[in-house]
Design a protein around this ligand. Structure first.
Ligand code: APR
Ligand code: PHB
Length: 390
C-alpha cells in the first residue's frame, strides 16, 4: 500500500489532519491501535477554543458542534466561597469558547471520515515507522499474523503520550521537559443538570474543584485528590459531599447529584518534547506535549499543531513550498510553550500544594487578588483561554 501522509493515531489530532488533507486531495491513511468503540469510550476535554471550532467547520465536521455545542462567554472563579466572574467576551475583544465534548467531536470526525471513505485502520498492532531520515519512509503494522507495509512521503505521530512516534526519535536528538504535580483530578460524569450555566473553577483550602458540563443534561465535575488515592476510595456519595464542601454554599445547595456514569483519576503533568520533527516524522498533539487540564489547553494545543501541519502539507503538495514543513517544529513549539505557561499558571494559582510554604500560599492569594483588581490581568487570562492566534 502507498499513501502520501501516513498518520499514526486515530484520536482528534490524527482524524482532524486526515480529514483536512483529504479535502485538499492529499491521500492519508490513519493507523489506530484501538477499536473505534474504545476510542469513543474515552471521556476527555470539553472546552474548544475559537480556533479549534473554526478548524472543525473547515473540516466539514462542525455542524453538530454548532447545533449542540454551547457558546460560553465567561466562567467563574470561587475562592473559598467567594465567587467572581471572568468576562471572556469583554476581555478577549468579543471572543468566546465552545463547550462540546471531545468524545462527540471525535465521533463527528469519524463519521466525516466514513462519509468520504477515508482510510482509518483500527486494531492496527505494533505500528512502527521506518527510514524516517530517508526520502522513502514507511510504516508497518500487524493485523493478526500479517505484517503490512505502507510506503509514504511523510509520517505524522498523532499517537498520544504513550504512542510509538516520539520514541522513534533518537535519544540524542530528543529533548524532553517535564513537570509532575503532587496531585491528581478525580472526575465524575453524571446525567444531571449542571449546577451552573458557566464553568466554576473553585480554589479551596480543601483542594481545587471544577464544575463543568457536556450539555444541559450531562454534567462533568472534578476534585483535586492526592496521587495516592484510587477511584475505589471514592464512592459517589463521598465525591458529592467533598465537592459541595469546596463550592460556595449557595452553589452547593443547588447541586443536583446522581449516579456517576464515569469516574476516573488523572495525574497532572506538564510535558514537552522537542523537536516536533525528525526527518519525515512530524509529532502532533499529545504525542509531543501534555498540559494539566486546568487551563483546558490539551485539545486546543493539538489544534494549532494540526493547523500548521495542514497548511504546510498543502503548500508542499500544491506549490512545492517546504517552508511550512521546515518551520513546523519551531512554530508549533512557540505556541505550545505559551499553552504550557498558561496551564501551569492556572494550576499553580488554584490548587493546594502539599508542603507549600506559607509564603507561597500568600502568593497564590495575591495572584487571584491581582487578577480581579486588574482589567489587563483579566485580559491576559481571557486571550489565553479563548485561544492565542495560530
Ligand atoms: N499505534 C497506533 N495508535 C496508537 C498508538 C500506536 N502505537 N499509541 C497510541 N495510539 C492511539 C491511541 O489509541 C489514541 O486513540 O493514538 C491516539 C492518540 O489520541 P489522543 O491520546 O487523544 O491524542 P491526540 O489525538 O493528540 O488528542 C489530544 O486528547 O488526551 C487528550 O487531553 C488530550 O484533549 C487532548 C487530546
Ligand atoms: C471538562 O469539562 O472536562 C473541563 C473543562 C475545563 C477545564 C478542564 C476540563 O479547564
Amino acid at each position: 500500500m502507498r499513501t502520501q501522509v501516513a498518520i499514526i493515531g486515530g484520536g482528534p489530532s490524527g482524524l482532524m489532519l486526515s480529514q483536512l488533507l483529504h479535502l485538499k486531495g492529499i491521500a492519508t491513511v490513519v493507523l489506530e491501535r484501538q477499536s473505534r468503540e474504545y476510542v469513543l469510550s474515552r471521556i476527555r476535554a470539553g472546552v474548544l477554543e475559537h480556533g479549534f471550532a473554526e478548524l472543525m467547520r473547515e473540516a466539514q465536521c462542525g455542524e453538530r458542534m454548532d447545533r449542540e455545542g454551547e457558546i460560553h462567554e465567561g466562567f467563574f472563579i470561587s475562592d473559598n466561597g467567594a465567587m467572581r466572574r471572568v468576562d471572556l467576551h469583554k476581555y478577549s475583544g468579543g471572543s468566546s469558547v465552545v463547550v462540546y465534548g471531545q468524545t462527540e467531536l471525535t465521533r463527528d470526525l469519524y463519521e466525516a471520515r466514513d462519509r468520504m471513505n477515508g482510510k482509518v485502520i483500527h486494531n492496527a498492532e505494533d505500528v512502527q515507522p521506518h527510514d524516517l531520515k530517508s526520502a522513502n519512509p514507511y510504516v508497518t503494522y500487524r493485523m493478526g499474523d500479517e505484517i503490512i507495509r505502507i510506503d509514504c512521503d511523510y509520517v505524522i505521530g498523532a499517537d498520544g503520550f504513550h504512542g510509538v512516534s516520539r520514541k522513534s526519535i533518537p535519544r540524542d536528538v530528543l529533548k524532553e521537559y517535564e513537570k509532575v504535580y503532587p496531585f491528581g483530578w478525580l472526575g465524575v460524569l453524571s446525567r444531571t443538570k449542571p449546577v451552573s450555566p458557566e464553568l466554576i473553577y473553585a480554589k479551596h483550602e480543601r483542594g481545587f474543584a471544577l464544575c463543568s458540563l457536556r450539555s444541559q443534561v450531562l454534567s462533568r465535575y472534578y476534585i483535586q485528590v492526592p496521587l495516592s488515592d484510587t477511584v475505589e476510595d471514592w464512592s459517589d456519595e463521598k465525591f458529592w459531599d467533598e465537592l459541595k464542601r469546596r463550592l460556595p454554599a449557595d452553589v452547593a445547595e443547588r447541586l443536583i447529584t446522581g449516579p456517576s456514569i464515569e469516574k476516573s483519576i488523572a495525574p497532572l503533568r506538564s510535558f514537552v518534547a522537542e523537536p516536533m520533527r525528525y526527518g519525515n516524522l512530524f509529532l502532533a498533539g499529545d504525542a509531543a506535549h501534555i498540559v494539566p487540564p486546568t487551563g483546558a489547553r490539551g485539545l486546543n494545543s493539538a489544534a494549532s499543531d494540526i493547523y500548521y501541519l495542514y497548511h504546510a502539507m498543502v503548500a508542499h503538495y500544491k506549490n512545492g513550498d517546504d517552508s511550512g514543513l521546515d518551520n513546523y517544529s519551531a512554530k508549533a513549539l512557540a505556541r505550545v510553550w505559551k499553552a504550557q505557561r498558561f496551564s501551569w499558571w492556572m494550576t499553580t494559582m488554584l490548587h493546594t500544594f502539599p508542603d507549600s510554604l506559607a509564603y507561597d500560599q500568600k502568593l497564590q492569594d495575591t495572584e487571584l487578588a491581582y487578577l480581579f483588581s486588574s482589567e489587563k490581568a483579566q485580559g491576559s487570562l481571557a486571550e489565553n483561554y479563548v485561544g492565542l492566534p495560530f
